[in-house]
Write a protein that binds this ligand. Structure first.
Ligand code: ADP
Ligand code: TRP
Length: 327
């Protein structure tokens, strides 16, 4: 049977940035959907957005925008199953069962909650922020996902999904497949335009919908060292190179590394090239995005969500049968 690759997309408001794009391994997902190596499942994680956002109009618009962007990037709804989490009751149903199998200690170790404690904000976050890794485990386990492509910060959650699946299987009998996080080491952490990881919360990102001028402004502030044009430079210590290499094929990479190492090319010229490369990469995505309508997205979700619901409901039936027997 073809292996299943699954990921969730949380509509947050900001458009995806290049850290999300590469960290979530969108290029690989597109390749898998086209080669058929994996069955690709992509769902709108709108139940997750409720942890932070309490405005239905915004959730709707952000969800539509996010899906437009994924499709503009090349995810094809004819090949990838794209569905709406909140329309499938099985997600909430399985979450409850998994919550009852999860110890407080385990939930307290999840980093989103721990971060709030460290910032002294535990009293202000919703219970949803505390339990969202459990919903995420349900998202994964309902569909027998084999692999879950995520950035490093989500690895802990996929490992928890695996542990809780094992616990359920041991307690109630073999039910869930054990998922594997899939992390692409070369892009595990895409740096931002300062020294930190690229993140919407640090406002140090290059967005997929940024226009040419905005990209230029951002590329200009990427920090570099004091080395002059003729000085040899170490690409592996250069943040500029770390970002540039995302847009290079093997041959281009060799050439840029040589430009760094041999000297003779300054940071100004390298930044110009990075700007051109990013703009060339973004242009077709933005054009496709602008052609898609809100109705296109609604009709994709309406068509595909029932297909996902059948798979998820089957799993929940099996779980319910095992935990309390249907009478
Ligand atoms: P942000 O840090 O901008 O808030 P999210 O937490 O919404 O991003 O992450 C969405 C997805 O993108 C996750 O799978 C996460 O691991 C990935 N991701 C986010 N930022 C980066 C980055 N700088 N490098 C690699 N992956 C990232
Ligand atoms: N929690 C993920 C994020 O913040 C989104 C997500 C929800 C997800 N459920 C998932 C990702 C299941 C992968 C698999 O980005």
């Amino acid at each position: 049977m073809t292996k299943r690759l699954l990921t969730g997309l949380k509509p947050t408001g900001e458009h995806m940035h290049i850290g999300n794009y590469f960290g979530m391994q969108i290029p690989q997902m597109i390749q898998y959907q086209n080669s058929g190596e994996y069955d690709v499942f992509l769902f709108l994680a709108n139940m997750h957005s409720l942890t932070a956002l309490h405005d239905a109009d915004k959730v709707r618009q952000y969800s539509i925008n996010a899906l437009k962007l994924y499709i503009a990037c090349g995810l094809d709804p004819e090949k990838t199953l794209i569905y709406n989490q909140a329309m499938i009751p099985a997600h909430a149903q399985l979450t409850w069962v998994l919550q009852c199998l999860t110890n407080m200690g385990t939930a307290e170790r999840m980093h989103a909650y721990k971060d709030s404690i460290n910032k002294g904000k535990a009293g202000e976050i919703s219970v949803g922020v505390f339990t969202y890794p459990i919903l995420m485990a349900a998202d994964i386990l309902l569909y027998d996902a084999d692999v879950v492509p995520v950035g490093k910060d989500q690895k802990q959650h996929v490992e928890y999904a695996r542990d809780i699946a094992e616990k359920f299987n041991k307690t109630f009998g073999e039910t869930f497949k054990l998922p594997e996080p899939k992390i692409e080491e070369t892009v595990a952490v895409v740096p931002g335009i300062d020294w930190r990881k690229m993140s919407k919360s640090y406002n140090n990102y290059i967005g997929l919908m940024d226009d040419e001028k905005t990209v230029l402004k951002k590329v200009k502030v990427i920090p570099t060292d004091e080395k002059g044009i003729d000085d040899p430079k170490n690409p592996d210590e250069s943040q500029l190179y770390q970002i540039m290499k995302l847009f290079l094929n093997e041959e281009e990479d060799k050439k840029i590394r040589a430009d760094f190492e041999n000297g003779g090319r300054g940071y100004g010229s390298l930044k110009e090239e990075l700007h051109e490369r990013i703009v060339a990469f973004l242009k077709p995505i933005q054009e496709r995005y602008n052609e898609l309508t809100d109705e296109d997205i609604s009709s994709i979700l309406k068509k595909s969500t029932p297909k996902a619901a059948v798979i998820a409901q089957k799993k929940v039936d099996e779980v319910f049968q095992k935990v309390w027997f249907y009478l």
